[in-house]
Design a protein around this ligand. Structure first.
Ligand SMILES: [Zn+2]
Length: 131
């Protein structure tokens, strides 16, 4: 039995060589699929069931993919987005973030300063905001 498990492990390792495997995006995707699947059971929704199945297929595709450059680029973008979102959520307590009406850039100002005039550092457009 121990020999069989050892051989199986070796075969799986050999099969996974040169493949993407499990990365951060796959890990989050797995949790999303589990939540979707449990939700589909609780709500008895066929649409959620199909979404969970599509998620599993995409998860398998990403895990077994040999196109490492593209998969790592996807993962890098996802991790960057996750980190940016986390930082934004942390800053929400102390700062208010506006989108400039001139150029679309995000402008961060401290909260609790009342009504202030904000000048965009990129395009110089001045707008009045409540903080
Ligand atoms: Zn601007």
């Amino acid at each position: 039995m121990k020999e069989f498990l050892y051989r199986l492990r070796w075969k799986i390792q050999k099969f996974m060589q040169g493949r993407n495997g499990v990365d951060e995006l796959n890990r989050i995707l797995l949790y999303a699929v589990l939540v979707l699947y449990v939700s589909s059971i609780i709500l008895q929704s066929l649409i959620l069931d199909y979404l969970a199945f599509a998620g599993i297929l995409y998860l398998l595709y990403r895990t077994l993919s040999k196109n490492l450059y593209v998969r790592r680029e996807e993962n890098r973008k996802f991790v960057t987005w996750l980190e940016t979102t986390r930082i934004k959520m942390e800053q929400r307590k102390d700062y208010k973030i506006f989108k400039c009406k001139g150029c679309g850039r995000n402008i961060r100002v401290p909260r609790g300063k009342g009504k202030i005039e904000v000048t965009c550092p990129m395009c110089g457009k001045k707008t009045i905001h409540r903080t």
